[in-house]
Design a protein. Structure first.
Length: 154
């Protein structure tokens, strides 16, 4: 979608959003849902669906094969934790989980590896993305952040 492409190209001239989130002490401002020893989970500022979370290593690394084994284990532990929280809070019917590596594969942030966790429900796609190039999200990001953080604490 055009607004994401424009934001992404402007953002790439600035600092990495994941590294900025790792360094930030203000999780709400950075949309950080959870932190682990070697990874971070944050909401996507341009979500494909409600509760679209990205999990990334804290270390700035662009490719899977460059991850250390402890990072791989830590990232997937955090992915599991996030999925449990989304399941409890939003009760999705399925998920799209994946990585986009490289611009041609759809990566908005090429230089910092991250896994997308996108909850899915029957009928969650409609005419808006096709006709208007826009996705309607029924919940604002701050509300989603609060709901997921509450689940992660309990």
């Amino acid at each position: 979608m055009e607004y994401i492409s424009k934001w992404s190209s402007e953002r790439s001239k600035q600092e990495c959003i994941f590294c900025a989130a790792v360094a930030s002490e203000r999780d709400e401002d950075s949309l950080v849902v959870a932190r682990s020893e070697l990874s971070i989970a944050m909401l996507n500022a341009f979500p494909y669906n409600t509760a679209h979370v990205m999990v990334a290593p804290k270390r700035h690394v662009a490719r899977v094969e460059l991850l250390e084994e402890p990072e791989v284990a830590d990232i997937f532990r955090l992915v599991k934790t996030i999925i449990r929280a989304i399941d409890e809070e939003y009760k999705p019917e399925g998920y799209n989980i994946g990585l986009n590596i490289g611009r041609v594969a759809g990566a908005g942030v090429e230089s910092h590896l991250h896994i997308h966790i996108v909850p899915r429900w029957s009928g969650d796609t409609n005419f808006m993305p096709i006709i208007a190039g826009t996705k309607v999200i029924p919940e604002d990001l701050k509300t989603t952040l609060k709901r997921l953080k509450r689940r992660l604490v309990s």
